[in-house]
Write a protein that binds this ligand. Structure first.
Ligand code: PEP
Length: 251
């Protein structure tokens, strides 16, 4: 049985005091459960403070990006080794904002996935099509190409431990959500691809989150789909009142 993962992607939002205050609210109003795993991914400058507020709790710490080598002359970058050192369990890789705004390619995402696994981080690998691609009937091809490129060279054992996030770009931050049927269709296709790449046992172990305007009122139906194993949540993860009901919907 796959345990759903609800992860909050704070993006470039919240300052230190509001970040720590949000953690206190989440910890006050939620408790550990065998049915759902929870993580928050603050900006890297606040990983330390958020990690300290989370220490010993049921909520895991994640980062939003990393560089693919452990150390060296890479001004402005942060390595997986550093993220691990500061207490991260997860790292989001290949988010569509990074693919679109910073030009990240599948090859770069793949290097990061290998580097994350090497230091014991769990990568949350994001894939998803744009509106134009969906309307042109290219969703399956785009998502399959991203998965194949981003996961190239992994062993089945490594693949079993990663998390994928299907995030249709047209649904991110727009208030438009894929319908549960639209999302499930892509999730099932990703699982079929994983079966082809890594075998059925491995494919059944990989958690595939949905992301894109997940809110309290649509979470339950999305999360009840057979191949949807949690959510990557942007906007609604910035307030306890909107994030907690999504966690409850998974539990
Ligand atoms: C995201 O950026 O990963 C995301 C899903 O954002 P939102 O929930 O705001 O659409």
């Amino acid at each position: 049985m796959r345990k759903p993962l609800i992860a909050g992607n704070w993006k470039m939002n919240l300052l230190r005091d509001s970040s720590v205050a949000l953690i206190h609210q989440l910890l006050d109003k939620s408790k550990a459960s065998d049915k759902v795993e929870v993580a928050v991914c603050p900006p890297s400058v606040y990983l330390h403070d958020v990690g300290a507020a989370l220490r010993g709790s049921h909520i895991a710490l994640g980062a939003q990006n990393m560089y693919h080598t452990d150390e060296g002359a890479y001004t402005g970058e942060v390595s997986g080794k550093m993220l691990k050192d500061i207490g991260c369990r997860y790292v989001i890789l290949g988010h569509s904002e990074r693919r679109q705004l910073m030009g990240e390619t599948d090859t770069q995402v793949n290097q990061k996935v290998h580097a994350a696994l090497k230091v014991g981080l769990v990568p949350i690998v994001c894939v998803g099509e744009t509106l134009d691609q969906r309307e042109a009937g290219q969703t399956t091809t785009v998502v399959r190409t991203q998965c194949e490129g981003s996961l190239a060279g992994l062993t089945s054992e490594q693949a079993a431990g990663i998390v994928l996030a299907y995030e249709p770009v047209w649904a991110i931050g727009t208030g438009k959500t894929a319908s549960p049927a639209q999302a499930e269709e892509v999730h099932a296709d990703i699982r079929a691809l994983l079966t082809k790449m890594f075998g059925a046992d491995t494919a059944q172990k990989v958690r595939i989150q949905y992301g894109g305007s997940v809110k309290a009122d649509n979470a339950k139906e999305l999360l009840s789909q057979p191949n949807i194993d949690g959510a990557l949540v942007g906007g609604a993860s910035l307030k306890a009142d909107s994030f907690l009901p999504i966690i409850d919907a998974a539990g």
